[in-house]
Design a protein around this ligand. Structure first.
Ligand code: ATP
Ligand code: MG
Length: 361
């Protein structure tokens, strides 16, 4: 049977937030521990982060350790998972260069995530070429490890589509070489794209609307209390909307039935709580306090593990160094096959090197 392999990662542009957690991190830890996968690779995408932070390498540099600490805090286990740094695997850059020939400019321009991100970063007038081609480099990351499964949030769907097209194109031009990956999306809508605490479409490091996994209990509480709800829900007795109301979206992502008995025994389920809010008579503060308890239950153990790893920084860098070596060896093996398929493995071809010279016409 073909191996089952996971590849995914995050950009070291800041500490990780609860959107990463429900969108991908929680699922990665579950898959890692499921025993269903032969290999799990998790990448800190520093080269990708530089595509829109070229002038701020310090930002990328200091966030490598933050992301690594968040990984370990959430339960990614270096004994089961290879955690590595993208730029330490130069084969990925080489693969990107070859794949660029298989994709058109207009195809990248049509990528909806690229479109949104160009707007978000005010790149309309001058897009760095490296940023523009990052979907292609993501295809290199995924295929270099022969990944079969890519657990990510919804914003990554167009990237996976683009990657599959590249795999298809490569295999049809050069012969069956690359593995076709599948996306693994979170189970519910709230987790696919967790909104920011300001109610904006997506919680994102770049938008500063995040609850970070490493926030203190006081910070988390303050953020929850300031969270965007229904602006028309002014008095407790007013009927409230739950669509676009972050507090309820977060409950969709985090709340489990047992939380009610524990923290809000007047209600049996989230549906009941929602119905009361919609009817009127339920205040925002009560729901926010409940959300705070639910979130704390999840965040407290993560915070504790993080504090433990924060005392062991040299060990964390060593995990990344070793992981990067393992990753580079795996990527080199794929690249070897890619070069052979593309017929650019000249010096391995004894026949080529020893055939008598014949002038070409
Ligand atoms: P940046 O603003 O630098 O792009 P980001 O917050 O978007 O940072 P990424 O490193 O780009 O984070 O994303 C890492 C992973 O987390 C991806 O799989 C992405 O789909 C997922 N993810 C990011 N934000 C969310 C979110 N708000 N909800 C669900 N998943 C998310
Ligand atoms: Mg992003």
């Amino acid at each position: 049977m073909a191996e089952k392999i996971i590849l995914t990662g995050d950009r070291p542009t800041g500490r990780l937030h609860v959107g990463h957690y429900v969108g991908s991190l929680r699922e990665r830890v579950r898959l890692q521990n499921s025993g269903e996968f032969d290999k799990v690779y998790i990448m800190i995408a520093d080269a990708q982060a530089l595509t829109d932070n070229a002038e701020h390498p310090e930002k990328v540099r200091k966030n490598i350790i933050e992301v690594a600490l968040d990984y370990l805090a959430c339960g990614l286990d270096p004994a089961k998972t290879t955690i590595f740094v993208q730029s330490m695997v130069p084969q990925l850059t080489e693969l990107t260069f070859y794949y660029m020939n298989l994709v058109t400019v207009s195809r990248v321009q049509r990528n909806p995530t690229v479109k949104t991100e160009i707007k978000m970063r005010n790149f309309e007038a001058s897009i760095p070429v490296g940023f523009f081609v990052y979907p292609i480099s993501q295809a290199a990351d995924i295929t270099a490890f022969r990944a079969t499964t890519v657990p990510v949030g919804e914003d990554q769907m167009p990237m996976l589509e683009q990657c599959k097209e590249i795999v298809h194109k490569f295999n049809s031009v050069y012969g069956e070489t690359l593995t076709m990956p599948e996306i693994a999306l979170p189970g519910n809508d709230a987790c696919m794209r967790l909104p920011g605490i300001d109610g904006k479409a997506k919680m994102s490091k770049s938008l500063g609307n995040c609850i970070y996994l490493s926030d203190s209990p006081a910070e988390v509480k303050k953020k929850i209390m300031s969270m965007y709800t229904d602006p028309d829900h002014i008095r407790v007795e007013d009927p409230g909307k739950i669509e676009g109301n972050c507090v309820f979206t977060y409950l969709d992502a985090f709340c489990r039935p047992e939380h009610f008995a524990k923290y809000l025994p007047d209600y049996q389920s989230l549906d009941e709580l929602k119905a009361h809010y919609q009817r009127g008579g339920l205040g925002d503060v009560k729901v926010k306090k409940f959300l705070n308890k639910v979130l704390e239950e999840e965040l407290e153990p993560i915070r504790e593990r993080r504090h433990m790893w924060e005392q062991r920084i040299p060990e964390v860098y060593e995990i990344l160094r070793k992981g990067s070596e393992v990753a580079a060896a795996a990527a080199a093996a794929t690249l070897h096959d890619v070069r052979a398929a593309m017929r650019i493995n000249y010096f391995e071809d004894e026949e080529l090197m020893h055939q008598p010279y014949e002038p070409q016409h």
